[in-house]
Design a binder for this molecule. Structure first.
Ligand code: SF4
Ligand code: SF4
Length: 388
C-alpha cells in the first residue's frame, strides 16, 4: 500500500477485539507453544484446544487443554487461533466453519493473526510495537550453492566479509529500541554457522533482549556441526535451531542430520529439523522482469505480504530477499527500499512503524517486486536445493 496519510492510515478497525479479549490456541504442539509465549506476554491467553487425549490429560505447562467439543459447550467462546500444519489447519478450519465460526471474527489462522492482527492489538491496547518475524543476515556466505537460493548466496565468494560483530550488535540494539516484542527473531545467512562471531552474537542478543521475543532462532542448512561454546550459549538463552532438510536432494546430509539430532538432544538444545524439502518456489529473481506500471506493482507487493523482514544496522527492510538478492547478485535495484529506524522520531513514530509493518511505504512497493513472481511463485515449482 502507498502511504496517503503517513501515520494516520485507517488500519485500526477491529471492532471485535477489546482490551480484555482472550484467545484460545487450537493445537497444543510446537507452533501453539510459540504463540502461547506471545499471548502470555500480552495477557491474552485463555486455553488450548486439542483433540489429542494424552495432551488433554497432561495439559501444557500447567495450562488447560480442552477438546473442540468442550470448547463449543462453553458459554463464552473466545476467538480461536489455529496453530497447526498447513494440512491440519485446513481440516480444523473446515470443522470450525461447519460449526458456525466465522474467519477473522471467531477464528484466525496463526500466521494471519501474528502478521496482521496482533501488531494492531499491541499498538492499540498496549502502545507497543509487535511484529511477527525479523532476521539478521550475519553472513551471506554459504556451504551450499543452491541454484535458486532466494537470497542469491550461490554468487557470494567464500572470502567475502561478513557483518562485523559491532554491526550485528548495532542492528539488534536499534531493532529492540523500537520493537517491544517479536514472535521470532532469527540469525540467518547464507549459512550462519560460518559466521566467526555467532556465539558472541547469541550471547549479546540473548543477554539483552531475550525477554522481548517469543522464539530466538538460528536457521541453518545443517552442514556445519555447532561448537560446544555455541551449544552452551544456545541452551542458556533458549535458542531454537531450525535445520532445513535438503537430504532429499543431497542424500549424504541424512547422516549429518542424525548426528545433529543426537547432539542437540545430548546438549539439551531445542531444535526442529524440517521435513525433507522436495520442491521450492522459483521467485524468478535471476531472469524475470514484469512489464507493468507502478499501480500494478503495488498490487504485486500487497498480494505477496512476505513476513521475512530484516534489520541491518539502522535499515529495516520489508523483504530480506529483495535486499540480499540486490546485494549478492550485484543488481542496482531497490537500494533505498528500507525504513530508517534512526529517523523514526516525533510523537507518531510508533504508528508509522506499525503502518510499515502492515505494508505501507512511500512508493507502496519495492523496486525488486518487478523482478519477482511474488505470490505467483508457487506456480513456478523447482527442485529444492539443487546444487550448481
Ligand atoms: S538456500 Fe540456504 S543453503 Fe542454499 S545457498 Fe541459499 S542460504 Fe545456502
Ligand atoms: S514480491 Fe516483492 S516483497 Fe514479495 S518476495 Fe518478491 S521482492 Fe519481496
Amino acid at each position: 500500500m502507498k502511504w496517503t496519510s503517513k501515520g494516520y492510515e485507517n488500519i485500526i478497525c477491529n471492532k471485535n477485539i477489546s482490551e480484555t479479549t482472550k484467545f484460545c490456541i487450537y493445537g497444543a504442539g510446537k507452533l501453539g507453544g510459540d504463540l502461547y509465549k506471545t499471548l502470555k506476554h500480552y495477557d491474552m491467553f485463555f486455553c488450548f484446544i486439542d483433540n489429542n487425549h494424552s495432551i488433554q490429560e497432561k495439559g501444557y505447562k500447567n495450562e488447560a487443554v480442552i477438546s473442540e467439543n468442550e470448547y463449543f459447550k462453553k458459554e463464552i467462546k473466545y476467538p480461536v487461533i489455529i496453530c497447526a500444519s498447513d494440512k491440519n489447519t485446513l481440516l480444523i478450519e473446515s470443522d470450525l466453519k461447519n460449526r458456525g465460526l466465522i474467519h477473522n471474527k471467531n477464528y484466525y489462522i496463526c500466521r494471519e493473526f501474528t502478521d496482521k492482527l496482533l501488531p494492531i492489538i499491541a499498538y492499540k491496547f498496549f502502545n507497543e510495537t509487535f511484529m511477527s518475524l525479523s532476521q539478521i543476515c550475519v553472513t551471506e556466505r554459504c556451504t551450499l550453492r543452491c541454484k535458486k537460493c532466494a537470497h542469491g548466496c550461490y554468487n557470494v565468494p567464500i572470502t567475502k566479509d561478513d557483518m562485523t560483530l559491532e554491526q550485528v550488535k548495532k542492528s539488534a540494539d536499534i531493532f529492540f529500541s523500537k520493537v517491544d516484542y517479536i514472535q521470532e527473531f532469527v540469525l540467518i545467512g547464507g549459512e550462519p554457522l560460518l559466521y566467526k562471531y555467532l556465539t558472541d552474537a547469541v550471547e549479546y542478543i540473548g543477554s539483552k533482549y531475550r525477554n522481548q521475543m517469543s522464539v530466538f532462532s538460528i536457521t541453518s542448512n545443517g552442514t556445519i556441526t555447532p561448537s560446544k561454546d555455541l551449544l552452551e550459549k544456545c541452551k542458556e538463552y533458549g535458542v531454537l535451531f531450525r535445520i532445513s532438510n535438503y537430504s532429499g536432494t543431497i542424500s549424504k546430509l541424512e547422516l549429518q542430520y542424525e548426528k545433529l539430532r543426537k547432539l542437540f538432544i545430548t546438549n539439551n538444545v531445542e531444535f526442529r529439523i524440517s521435513r525433507k524439502e522436495h520442491e521450492w518456489m522459483d521467485y524468478g529473481f535471476d531472469y524475470y522482469k514484469r512489464e507493468c506500471d507502478n499501480e500494478q506493482l503495488i498490487n504485486v507487493f500487497d498480494a505477496c505480504g512476505t513476513p521475512c523482514h530484516e534489520i541491518r544496522e539502522n535499515k529495516f527492510y520489508y523483504c530480506v530477499m529483495a535486499r540480499s538478492v540486490a546485494d549478492n547478485l550485484s543488481v542496482n535495484v531497490g537500494k533505498e527500499d528500507y525504513l530508517d529506524f534512526e529517523k523514526l522520531s516525533g510523537d507518531n513514530w510508533r504508528r508509522e512503524l506499525l503502518e510499515f509493518i502492515m505494508g505501507y511505504s512511500e512508493k507502496g512497493y519495492l523496486d525488486m517486486c518487478r523482478y519477482c513472481h511474488g505470490a505467483e511463485s508457487y506456480e513456478y515449482p523447482i527442485p529444492a536445493a539443487e546444487q550448481l
